[in-house]
Design a protein around this ligand. Structure first.
Ligand code: ADP
Length: 444
């Protein structure tokens, strides 16, 4: 480019020199100089005109080569041509990426919807039209909650908490169950993925029904077997001595089976039936007292010190029997997994977030790697210890379900050899009335 500049300058200087010499010879220097400069200007205007008309035509004829020119103009044309080619390649590359992204998202069975920070629709794929009935032209920039009017969706979308997906019937066909999962990106924008989970939902219902039915059907045979075994063992004298041990083992196992069936039925009820609208006003201090009394009887032989720390008066809204089952499961676990003469504390604490009910023991403890999986069905840290203690592996799954139904969360803290703490965090909304310890003492 620099070379071209120099040669263009040289050419101009040569032109001036030649016109000056010719002008001097002809005795008309000014005229010749003027003609020379005008000629140069005309040439420049001519090239500018070619450049302009080439650029003007470009969008229609992308392949058009630049006009031929020598010197600086040739470089300018080629330079612009190269830049344009590079830009065109970059645009084509981006277009092909965009096309591929659009084609692949169009081929998806899952609806993909982009929502701007105001909650309006920005872009969606073909599946969004089939699953949710969005229409390409009319619904652009519409508020997503205007188009999907189900109250549960509104609550989910506005809550801003998208850890768990939401399952609701499709707005187009109530028989189709859709799962919505929102992810935040950019500056307050949201990406919403929606898929048809009807089949999974049906299978899940079948599974729940199956477990419920099987457990229900097994209950009677097991009760009968248990009954006969108990009767036989009650009349040991009439049973041959060599049968006593096998009979005892049979009774132990059939009682275990009875416990498993009972827990499975409880779980199945918790999964299939919603919490009744009419709920109890559960007096927590008397509930804890009752559970502690029962645990003291059950674990009398282990001589634990079971302490109750609940001086305030707290009333939770919920199901009395479910809360009883959850907290007693935690306290009985503490009793089971704490060696004799252990110290177990059952307490309720008013906290800023609501009410915490805690069961703490100084028992065997649990290794950290097991903690996230403890509430899974049949998950046991130590199979033999759990079966020795009559465990079913379903207790904590029941606790988790009951707490979830009450809007509460379970926190587990534990250290091997030192003990465990199981804390149920109940939200403020569940607390009907709370009289803190100092007020209870003052009124006493
Ligand atoms: P299980 O009927 O086997 O006790 P759970 O669901 O109640 O089943 O508990 C799952 C597992 O968690 C138990 O097998 C046990 O290993 C462990 N666990 C529960 N509570 C305690 C506790 N207080 N201390 C130590 N381990 C516990």
């Amino acid at each position: 480019m620099l070379r071209d500049w120099r040669s263009e300058l040289n050419r101009f200087l040569v032109l001036i020199a030649v016109t000056t010499v010719v002008g001097l010879i002809a005795g008309r220097l000014t005229l010749f100089l003027l003609v020379g400069i005008l000629g140069y200007l005309a040439h420049t205007f001519y090239q500018l005109h070619r450049l302009y008309s080439w650029l003007d035509k470009l969008p229609e004829t992308e392949q058009d080569e630049p006009p031929e020119a020598k010197g600086i103009w040739g470089s300018v044309f080629d330079g612009i041509y190269r830049l344009q080619r590079r830009e065109r390649e970059a645009v084509n590359h981006l277009k092909s990426i965009l096309n591929k992204a659009q084609e692949s998202s169009a081929a998806l069975e899952m609806a993909v919807i982009m929502i701007n920070r105001k909650g309006n629709l920005e872009w969606w794929n073909k599946a969004a039209e089939t699953l949710l009935g969005f229409r390409s032209e009319q619904d652009q920039q519409q508020g997503v909650t205007n188009l999907l009017r189900e109250p549960r969706f509104f609550e989910y979308f506005e809550s801003g908490k998208y850890n768990e997906p939401l399952q609701i019937p499709s707005p187009l066909n109530k028989k189709i169950i859709l799962e919505f999962q929102v992810t935040l990106f950019g500056e307050g924008e949201r990406l919403m993925l929606v898929r048809d989970v009807t089949q999974m939902h049906k299978l899940e219902l079948m599974r729940k029904d199956f477990v419920g039915n099987v457990s229900h059907e097994l209950r009677t045979p097991i009760t009968v077997i248990n009954g006969y075994l108990e009767t036989l063992l009650d009349n040991r004298d009439s049973v041959a001595p060599r049968w006593i041990k096998p009979l005892e083992q049979m009774l132990q196992q059939s009682q275990r089976m009875e416990n498993i069936v009972r827990d499975l039925l409880t779980l199945s009820r918790l999964e299939t039936k919603a919490l009744p609208k009419q709920q109890d006003r559960v007096d927590i201090s008397s509930l804890l007292r009752e559970i502690r009394g029962e645990a003291e009887q059950v674990f009398a032989a282990k001589q634990h010190a079971i302490l109750l720390e609940c001086e305030g008066e707290y009333f939770l809204q919920g199901s009395m029997s479910e809360l009883y089952s959850a907290i007693s499961n935690l306290l009985f676990n503490a009793g089971k997994y704490t060696p004799d003469h252990g110290k177990i504390i059952l307490k309720a604490n008013l906290v800023t977030t609501g009410l915490d009910i805690e069961v703490a023991d100084n028992g065997v403890g649990i290794e950290e790697q097991h903690l996230p999986r403890l509430t899974e069905r049949f998950y046991r840290v130590d199979e033999s210890r759990s079966t020795d203690t009559g465990g079913t592996g379903l207790g904590l799954a029941i606790v988790k379900h009951v707490l979830a139904r009450h809007g509460a969360k379970l926190e587990i803290l534990s250290e091997v050899g030192k003990g465990s703490r199981f804390i149920c965090h109940f939200p403020k909304e569940r607390l009907l009335e709370a009289v803190p310890p100092q007020d209870v003492r003052a009124s006493a």
